[in-house]
Ligand binder design. Structure first.
Ligand SMILES: Cc1cc2nc3c(=O)[nH]c(=O)nc-3n(C[C@H](O)[C@H](O)[C@H](O)COP(=O)(O)OP(=O)(O)OC[C@H]3O[C@@H](n4cnc5c(N)ncnc54)[C@H](O)[C@@H]3O)c2cc1C
Length: 324
């Protein structure tokens, strides 16, 4: 029996896509297929699916908008779980906003503004989901998820659903406890403050205008590829290393914002990875600073293993972009 047939015991066939091309589910627009992409309809289905996969020893990965994710060209041999279709509701009660993990941050911010609630303006231009944002403690313009989240309901391996308070989530720069506990965020609650809707919308417009001005939004990317190293800005280091505009095949460093690795159209994940590794190597060689990717990785990357454990003095990556 195929894996998809097995999964049909837990959710409708309409919610299962065998061999889904993950390039279509990530903003980098690169990467191969997964065994199956499943979109459970509710918590019970999700729980049954994960219990089955755990019992069978089939690896699974939860994807949000795929806006901080690079999937390898060979794809992922396990099951990708998406909550975008059925866990995307947003509701407001008083000054509290609750959003399903699959809701886009832009939708949550918009609903907050419509309810005259301030606190999520910073998130309106971050192209991820609520689940991905909690996992990453996403932030922008001086604010982050940690500043407004109250709690998150999380499905843990083994089937327990636990409400994590803000403190339990252990949020810090692009980090939460979700990765350590291998949890799946189901929904999150945010404590907001009453505000003037016109001012809330004006702030959102201003921040989104600044994004359009500074970021290469016309190209496929995963936003800032690297975390901010303490005491530095990744983009400035990359620019100072002379890498702005550097290209390898169809991937490269944005001319507009050196912190963004971009896909100029049709780049492979391998090309994107080569750019990431080359930038790490060059920035370390020139400034002795280790750049750690903010982007998460899924699948096997033969061209350099795990870039998060890069030994910057390790094997050389050729800077020759060759013919493309
Ligand atoms: C143009 C652009 C601009 C960006 N600007 C910003 C910015 O200003 N600030 C910022 O912080 N980020 C930014 N990002 C990166 C990205 O949008 C955020 O990190 C976002 O929070 C990722 O959410 P996602 O749903 O896309 O997660 P994905 O990329 O799908 O996944 C990221 C990680 O979260 C995990 N995850 C996703 N959903 C869940 C869930 N329900 N439960 C548990 N784990 C989950 C995944 O397994 C993975 O490990 C930008 C990206 C782009 C393309």
């Amino acid at each position: 029996m195929s894996l998809s047939t097995d999964l049909e015991k837990f959710t409708s066939p309409d919610n299962i896509l065998e061999g889904a091309p993950l390039s279509e589910y990530t903003t980098f627009r690169a990467g191969g297929p997964c065994a199956a992409l499943v979109s459970p309809e509710n918590t019970e289905e999700l729980r049954a699916v994960t219990a089955f996969l755990e019992e069978r020893g089939v690896p699974y990965f939860v994807i949000g908008r795929g806006s901080d994710l690079l999937v390898s060209d060979s794809g992922f041999s396990g099951v990708v779980i998406s909550l975008r279709k059925h866990f995307s509701g947003v509701s407001v009660s008083g000054t509290n906003l609750t959003a399903g993990a699959g809701a886009l941050l832009s939708k949550a911010a918009d609903e907050a503004a419509s309810a005259s609630l301030s606190g999520l303006e910073f998130a309106s231009g971050i192209p991820g989901t609520v689940g991905g944002a909690v996992r990453m403690n996403a932030g922008a313009y001086g604010r982050e998820i940690r500043d407004c989240i109250e709690s998150a309901d999380v499905l843990l391996p083994g089937g327990e659903i636990r409400t994590f308070s803000k403190d339990d989530l252990d949020l810090s720069y692009r980090h939460s406890v979700i990765e350590e506990v291998h949890g799946i965020v189901l929904q999150a609650s945010f404590r907001l403050t009453p505000g003037d809707p016109a001012l809330i919308r004006a702030l959102m417009d201003d921040l989104n205008g600044r994004r359009r001005e500074k970021q290469p939004l016309e190209l496929a990317s995963a936003g800032s590829t690297f975390k901010r190293p303490e005491g530095y800005f990744a983009g400035k280091l990359i620019e100072d290393a002379g890498l702005k505009g550097y290209r390898f095949g169809q991937a490269g460093i944005s001319e507009k914002h050196a912190g963004f690795v971009v896909n100029y159209g049709g780049a492979t994940a391998s090309e994107i990875m080569k750019v990431i590794k080359y930038v790490q190597q060059e920035v370390f060689r020139k400034f002795n600073v280790v750049l750690t990717p903010e982007v998460r990785f899924l699948g096997e990357f033969p061209e350099g293993g795990d870039p998060e454990n890069t030994d910057p003095e390790g094997p050389e990556i050729s800077g020759d972009p060759g013919e493309d």
